[in-house]
Design a protein around this ligand. Structure first.
Ligand code: 5GP
Length: 181
């Protein structure tokens, strides 16, 4: 979609808050950190669908390592408020036993989704697990999480774009937008 200062997604209005150029700059920074930290390793990236599909595509193309990517799904969000309920991890079709794993997430809000995912994955005895998130809302975190890679910390406002949706819509923008009403 073309860049607009504000967008309408269903009945809500959003204003541009993180432009494409800043997103790409931060993604390059994080990809360089991962490539440096994992030098000599062959990590498995596990991208959490649906929200991380664009981030994962951009991040992976900046990673300078021999690596694999697989996609998993688990949803805990409806509308603009976290439900608190966390569903199962589905679609994990790669054996992560003894492998270094990097989870690729769109946004960490309460952290409950990531905490649940860490528990599920640890049961399969990977060599290590790191979290890489595009966005983090530090003021919303409800659990202690070690987030090694984060492109950008944001305030506690609902955002859409660049893969993130509002009720299924708004994923197809190059920039990120914050709700205004
Ligand atoms: P958590 O379990 O950390 O509270 O929620 C994480 C999930 O909630 C994310 O993967 C994402 O799907 C959703 N989420 C949290 N905050 C936002 C937001 O501001 N915008 C959108 N579109 N989704 C969000």
């Amino acid at each position: 979609m073309k860049e607009h200062k504000t967008i309408q997604v269903k009945e809500k209005t959003f204003v541009i808050s993180i432009p494409e150029s800043e997103l790409q700059e931060q993604i390059k920074r994080v990809a360089a950190e991962i490539s440096r930290d994992y030098a000599g390793c062959q990590p498995v990236f596990l991208a959490v669908l649906n929200g991380s599909f664009i981030f994962a595509a951009d991040l992976l193309r900046e990673i300078d390592l021999h690596c694999e990517i697989s996609f998993v799904k688990l949803a805990s969000y409806e509308g603009t408020k976290t439900t608190g309920s966390v569903r199962e991890v589905i679609g994990l079709n790669v054996d992560i036993t003894g492998r270094p794993v990097i989870i690729v997430e769109d946004i960490v809000d309460t952290g409950l989704t990531m905490a649940h995912m860490l528990d599920t994955l640890k049961a399969q005895n990977p060599a290590s697990i790191d979290i890489c998130t595009l966005l983090l809302k530090p003021s919303k975190l409800q659990v202690k999480l070690d987030i090694r890679y984060c492109c950008k910390e944001i305030p506690d406002d609902f955002v859409v774009g660049y893969g993130l949706d509002y009720d299924g819509f708004g994923r197809n923008t190059k920039d990120i937008y914050t709700i205004i009403k």
